[in-house]
Ligand binder design. Structure first.
Ligand SMILES: *[C@@H]1O[C@H](CO)[C@@H](O)[C@H](O)[C@H]1NC(C)=O
Ligand SMILES: *[C@@H]1O[C@H](CO)[C@@H](O)[C@H](O)[C@H]1NC(C)=O
Ligand SMILES: *[C@@H]1O[C@H](CO)[C@@H](O)[C@H](O)[C@H]1NC(C)=O
Ligand SMILES: *[C@@H]1O[C@H](CO)[C@@H](O)[C@H](O)[C@H]1NC(C)=O
Length: 779
């Protein structure tokens, strides 16, 4: 996979197709299909006759079984997990009828089917990169006396990577209760002071997909795929000098929080990642004592209470764990976000100021620029003119034949030529393989409308240059009108200082938040295009089975790459401010984010010729140094998030999924979901045109100097007048809280949302909240 269209298709499958586990063929039994179900239990309702919660849970499950257990099939087989920290209950294999019966039982809070989740890399894993560039002053901070542990839920870890070298690190913190699980090619000594824990979660996967083939896949924390090694190294990798991919992106590779520890929770296998495994890993990680969870995964889930990642994250948040998740790679389509719960930090992706230029010199002498990670016999390509071929017929309309799908290229036509392939449908690196197999000498990969001018470079198996939509059309037009079209390719290495940057990536999933318009999502954007980080030794940089190259570092793009940047920065904030809640850390990241690029213009959107909006970039691009000292934070306690859920029309049973663990009830302290003390402000005028005034409430906590005087600066809107009251907040103490209200009085309803911001300013701090005003169309 690799292209957004493919990812969306998979998401669709994920939504409609719960995993089916068939156990037999006999037609004598009407119900033979078992699914994995996650069963949430009311821990406090256990009758005294049971000695342990697990005994009670399994007796519950046993009591509703329709099909008697067959000989030798003990009932432990039905239960594949028990959960007892962030979440209480079990995962079990049940028929639909059994699941329905269980739902009726006393003590059962909810029963929901296991769901498949996807990794958020813009596929096929391989692109170009940039090593993380942030603030050296943040990185150079000595964090040795702080012991922050980041749990990374992913494909495992490649422990031999230099990024996980623990030389000079202090002993593993005493409060750490995790474990180093061993298995094939993963022994105790593979954990160290950097990789402090490693565990695997596979019962849900095996129930759905069959036993893991231990000959072809490591049933251990060892990372075969590369994704988990890349994300873990981005969070907290030790510095490695001279890191590069085939000479590209040369420099020192380092994680965001070089002093933090990594605990790898392997939840993704060759066939995907399942919610029962994810839930179990979050539960375990919280009990193990992680401070931050980095989860570059998501699935298409359409409600808070059916999304087990959302439920697990709620439990983690209650325990003080910061949870950062990728926003998804479904952009640039609107409403394409995943992981939108307000207690999660939802991270979109943007570019950095580095790229890998390459040029295409057409037979006409015209020079077109693109990007490439090609390393090889450059001189030949640079000196030789090759014939160009494009299998499509219309330069602005991709066709099946122009996408270079497997089996579509005739060697008689393309052999010895440079082939133009349109992006889309199949993974980009696979198109390169198809061209190579058909005898092509090179490839020009052309963006179509959905990618615009965003260039992600891949480690192709043959010389290849990626170009934007505009240049692509120009080349295709040249070929379609010149039977003797030719080109030479030139590769120029690594270039820094690219302007404008950052730019919101075309693939980064977009708002608005389809579950709750009042909660602006994504929260922030962070580097997610062309990121250099450690790689597995198991597979080549293109991830293609035919790729025999082995590299220590690879360049990837996706919101999977942006999420660990935020997780790592959150670890730094936690180290510096151990008393901050997950919400305070998120607030610091959001209110200090910037919304202008390095040309001082508003952040741009790679998929459009316009600037990006808060639906694309949330509060903006993270600014780690500023986040260390935000001045004020919008704090939110677990009960406040629960009160938010109380405004979401959930049934009492659905609410108990969240409140159960801590025995929560609705106190109805929030007048509307927009009143959640979120660092972003999204006001929604209802369909009813008689409602012309909306007021939202916020409370800020002073985390700066005791005596601090702030005043409000708010943007103007076409469709409404905005007032903030009071307009000044004068603090006299540390951790003092002061409240304000912001009132929107509509004077002309707009058909599209309007964007702006509110800034609380003192002499040094600017505490900025993005504002979105939406008018629902009158009925
Ligand atoms: C870890 O880094 C130290 C210091 O740079 C080096 O001496 C040592 O060989 C490295 N360990 C491994 C296993 O590469
Ligand atoms: C090429 O495709 C575009 C966009 O679909 C269409 O408007 C145009 O008419 C097509 N041109 C030809 C020559 O078919
Ligand atoms: C939950 O609420 C019930 C009833 O109000 C009470 O008996 C019980 O002790 C509470 N449990 C916790 C963990 O607070
Ligand atoms: C807050 O401080 C500012 C600046 O020192 C001052 O002008 C203003 O009157 C103060 N406001 C209140 C309500 O005390």
């Amino acid at each position: 996979m690799g292209e957004n269209s493919v990812v969306k298709w998979v998401f669709l499958i994920v939504i409609t197709n719960y995993v089916v586990f068939t156990i037999g063929f006999s037609s004598d039994f009407p119900i033979l299909t078992k699914n994995t179900y996650i069963i949430q239990m009311d821990k406090s309702a256990m009758p005294e006759s049971f000695s342990s919660h697990l005994d009670w849970y399994s007796s519950k499950v046993k009591s509703i079984l329709v099909e008697p257990e067959t000989e030798g099939d003990d009932d432990q087989d039905r239960i594949i997990y028990s959960y007892q920290n962030a979440f209480h209950g079990v995962a079990a294999r049940l028929s639909e009828e059994e699941a329905e019966r269980l739902e009726e039982e006393d003590g059962v809070v909810a029963v929901f089917p296991d769901t498949k989740y996807e990794l958020h890399t813009t596929r096929s894993p391989l692109f170009l990169g940039l090593e993380p560039e942030g603030s050296t002053s943040v990185w150079s901070e000595n964090l040795a006396d702080h012991d922050v542990i980041v749990g990374v839920l992913d494909t495992g870890i490649w422990p031999e990577s230099e990024s996980f070298n623990d030389t000079g690190m202090s002993p593993v913190p005493a409060h750490w209760k995790g474990a180093c699980e061993t298995g094939r090619a993963f022994q105790k000594h593979h954990c160290n002071r950097k990789i402090v824990g490693a565990r695997i979660f596979y019962h849900g996967y095996e129930a759905a997909s069959g036993k893991i083939n231990e000959q072809t896949e490591y049933k251990s924390p060892r990372d075969q795929d590369g994704h988990g090694t890349h994300t873990a190294a981005t969070v907290a990798g030790s510095p490695v000098r001279g890191a590069n991919l085939l000479g590209y992106a040369y420099g020192t590779a380092r994680g965001m929080a070089v002093g933090a520890r990594i605990a790898a929770y392997k939840v993704c296998w060759s066939g995907g990642c399942f919610s029962s495994d994810i839930l179990s890993a979050v539960d375990r990680a919280v009990a193990d004592g992680v401070n931050v969870l980095s989860i570059s995964l998501g699935g298409g889930v359409s409600s808070y209470y059916r999304d087990s990642l959302s439920i697990a994250a709620f439990g983690a948040m209650e325990m003080g764990v910061f949870v950062s998740c990728s926003a998804g790679n479904g952009g640039p389509d609107p409403l394409s976000l995943t992981n939108v719960s307000p207690w999660i930090t939802t991270v979109g992706a943007s570019t950095m100021d580095r790229d890998f230029p390459a040029t295409i010199k057409l037979g006409t002498g015209r020079i077109v620029s693109g990007v490439s990670l090609y390393k090889g016999r450059r001189s030949l390509l640079e000196k030789t003119e090759y014939a160009l071929v494009y299998m499509g017929t219309n330069s602005s309309n991709p066709e099946p034949s122009s996408l270079c799908l497997e089996g579509t290229l005739d060697p008689h036509v393309v052999s010895g030529k440079i082939v133009i392939c349109d992006r889309g449908i199949s993974p980009r690196v696979q198109k390169g393989q198809v061209v190579k197999d058909a005898g092509g000498v090179g490839m020009i990969l052309t963006n179509t409308a959905s990618n615009g001018e965003e260039l992600v470079a891949d480690c192709h198996l043959l010389p290849a240059v990626a170009v934007g939509e505009i240049e692509g059309k120009l080349i295709k037009h040249y070929v379609l009108t010149n039977p003797k079209a030719t080109a030479t390719l030139a590769f120029l290495g690594t270039r820094l200082g690219i302007k404008p940057s950052p730019v919101v990536a075309a693939f980064s999933s977009r708002g608005p938040n389809f579950l709750t318009l009042e909660i602006l999502k994504p929260d922030v954007v962070a580097p997610g295009v062309n990121i250099l980080a450690s790689w597995t030794g198991e597979i080549g940089p293109s991830s293609l089975p035919t790729d025999s190259r082995r590299v220590k570092f690879n360049i990837l793009s996706g919101t999977s790459m942006s999420c660990p940047h935020v997780s790592g920065i959150a670890a730094l904030l936690k180290a510096r401010h151990p008393e901050w809640s997950p919400a305070a850390i998120k607030s610091a990241l959001m209110t200090t984010a910037y919304v202008h690029d390095n040309t001082h213009k508003p952040l741009r959107d790679a998929s459009a010729s316009t600037s990006s909006s808060p639906f694309d970039h949330g509060a903006g691009h993270i600014n780690p140094v500023k986040a260390l000292d935000p001045g004020l934070v919008y704090d939110i306690e677990a009960q406040d998030y629960f009160e938010f859920l109380c405004t979401q029309n959930l049934t009492p049973m659905q609410l108990r999924i969240f409140g159960k663990y801590s025995n929560r009830t609705c106190k109805h302290s929030l007048a509307s979901p927009g009143d959640l003390n979120y660092p972003a402000i999204s006001v929604v005028f209802p369909e009813k045109t008689s409602v012309t005034t909306m007021t939202l409430h916020r409370t800020v906590t002073n985390v700066g100097p005791s005596v601090s005087n702030y005043h409000a600066v708010v943007s103007q809107f076409k469709g409404c007048a905005v007032t903030v009251e009071p307009t000044a907040l004068n603090f006299t103490g540390k951790h003092q809280k002061l409240s304000y209200k912001i009132t929107f009085k509509t004077n002309s309803r707009q058909t599209i949302p309007e964007f702006g911001g509110l800034i609380w300013k003192d002499a040094v701090h600017k505490v900025r909240s993005p504002i979105v005003v939406t008018w629902l169309l009158p009925l």
